[in-house]
Design a protein around this ligand. Structure first.
Ligand SMILES: Nc1ncnc2c1ncn2[C@@H]1O[C@H](COP(=O)(O)OP(=O)(O)OP(=O)(O)O)[C@@H](O)[C@H]1O
Ligand SMILES: [Mg+2]
Length: 455
């Protein structure tokens, strides 16, 4: 006989508590009861339960106080079916929330799911770390902040709510988006990714929403937009802060009505799209500056995942540096190199404004330039701020195979961007450099020159 799962119900309204107890008992759960957080903690050991169902509003302390009390998963019920308090509970670590009045099926499903998922990832069973903690294969990190991020990724992936991912350049926003898509029930349909910064302003609406034949000069045939292409799947809008205002208005309508209307069309089509947006900018500030619509901001700010900058991740930096070094040596087919102690010190002390991407670039550069099996601080060329802004590089550092022109062009590009980015926007910078905005964006990525945060 299998052992009965134990549930603790914490609810101050006796009628609801009793109803819940009966319902759970009918489904073969062993149920204990309490009326407050205090009573729960005094009467029982939280670790004895497989799941705790608690009302949010309780006399004394809120039900969310039970989340931190043990490793047992906590389901929060809220009579105020306000999405706000439900989301807040989830942010605090509740595994799920139930809005009252609840459906019996819904409760039973949530309980079963919490037990199922928790027993899979219970620290008691000690499963392989890469199975439970990593949301995607290859996303490295074990500091508290990243663990929390992984947990939230797994959590939001199961819902269809809009997610906003915020983090500095190169922190791994795209990896997080992929994780969310791959862990969602939409995983079998390809995710559609759009980089709002890389599409010229005058084309973005028809790219996203499609257009009718003859909607404008050059619209020689009807075209399906990327939003529609993401039907049944995930739409990833990267650099959403760069979306022009007129496109923002259209996007808002899509989100509000789950309908899309092509440019130049009078008819709309229903779409089922899960939006995940990313930005390195402070959207709230953009709203204050009138560059981002406030109503759209609130629409997409339902669940925000903040990716910490690399410099705040403690030992993750060295873990990443090791894995990336191994990977890079393999890819470039060199011998397996290792870091000298000065390099390790430099890596831990440097601020990494371009985050993981900059780390990858620094390592690749070092691997290419290395002449012994040891990576030195000098090879990493991350000696403080000067290393990035310096216009010319010592010629002796050049790899023999690389033409000098290449590097000087890179230097020119870097210097120009660093000197002018405060005074010019991306369009102006690109124009001055004689390249497209997309190209400018790609080069920033390649050279690890993140865009400065506004303000
Ligand atoms: N935690 C991580 N573990 C391993 N690799 C990572 C991690 N985070 C980021 N990377 C790597 O760093 C690079 C940059 O990541 P990504 O493109 O996801 O960053 P981003 O935040 O989208 O950057 P940007 O703002 O510049 O678009 C990628 O090559 C990615 O694989
Ligand atoms: Mg990105």
């Amino acid at each position: 006989m299998t052992q009965m799962n134990q549930v603790l119900v914490v609810e101050d309204e006796v009628v609801i508590r009793t109803a819940l107890k009966r319902l759970l008992e009918r489904h073969e759960y062993k149920v204990s009861e309490a009326g407050t957080v205090k009573e729960s903690l005094e009467k029982y050991d939280m670790e004895d339960f497989d799941v705790i169902i608690s009302d949010l509003r309780l006399p004394g302390a809120p039900g969310t106080d039970l989340i931190k009390a043990s490793s047992t998963p906590v389901l929060i019920m809220t009579s105020y079916s306000s999405i706000r308090s439900a989301i807040d509970s989830m942010k605090m670590g509740a595994v799920d929330y139930i809005a009252k009045p609840f459906e019996h099926n819904e409760i039973i499903e949530s309980v079963a799911k919490a037990i199922r998922e928790h027993s899979k990832s219970s620290p008691k069973d000690k499963p392989a770390a890469d199975e439970i903690e990593l949301p995607v294969h290859g996303m490295i990190g074990s500091c508290a902040q990243m663990m929390e991020l992984f947990r939230r990724i797994r959590k939001v992936a199961l819902t269809s709510s809009t997610v906003l991912i915020n983090g500095e350049s190169g922190t791994g926003k795209e990896l997080v988006v992929r994780a969310i898509h791959n862990l969602s029930n939409r995983f079998d349909k390809e995710m559609i990714s759009v980089n709002c910064a890389a599409i010229p302003e005058n084309l973005i609406e028809s790219e996203l929403f499609g257009h009718e034949k003859g909607a404008f000069t050059g619209a020689t045939s009807t075209r399906t937009g990327l939003v529609e292409a993401a039907h049944g799947s995930t739409l990833f809008l990267d650099e959403i802060g760069e979306l022009p205002l007129h496109a923002q208005a259209r996007l808002l309508r899509v989100l509000q009505e789950s309908e899309i209307r092509k440019v130049g069309s009078v008819q709309s089509t229903k779409v089922d799209v899960r939006l995940v947006a990313a930005t390195h900018l402070n959207l709230k500030q953009l709203v204050a500056d009138g560059e981002f619509r406030e109503d759209l901001y609130y629409r997409i700010n339902v669940m925000t995942l903040l990716i910490p900058p690399l410099r705040d991740r403690g030992n993750d930096i060295l873990e990443l540096a090791d894995v990336i070094l191994q990977r890079t040596c393999k890819r470039l087919k060199t011998a397996q190199l290792k870091y000298g102690s000065d390099a390790i010190r430099a890596i831990t002390e440097y601020r990494w404004p371009g985050n993981v991407r900059e780390l990858e670039n620094a390592i690749e550069r070092a691997v290419v330039l290395a002449e012994t099996t040891e990576i030195t601080e000098e090879l990493l060329a991350i000696d403080g701020e000067v290393a990035k802004a310096s216009p010319s590089r010592d010629a002796t550092e050049l790899p023999p195979s690389k033409p000098i022109e290449d590097l000087s062009l890179e230097d020119y590009f870097q210097r120009f961007v660093l000197e002018h980015q405060d005074a010019m926007n991306e369009t102006q910078l690109a124009k001055k450099l004689g390249i497209s905005r997309k190209c400018l964006w790609e080069r920033r990525q390649r050279f690890g020159i993140p865009r400065k945060k506004k303000h």
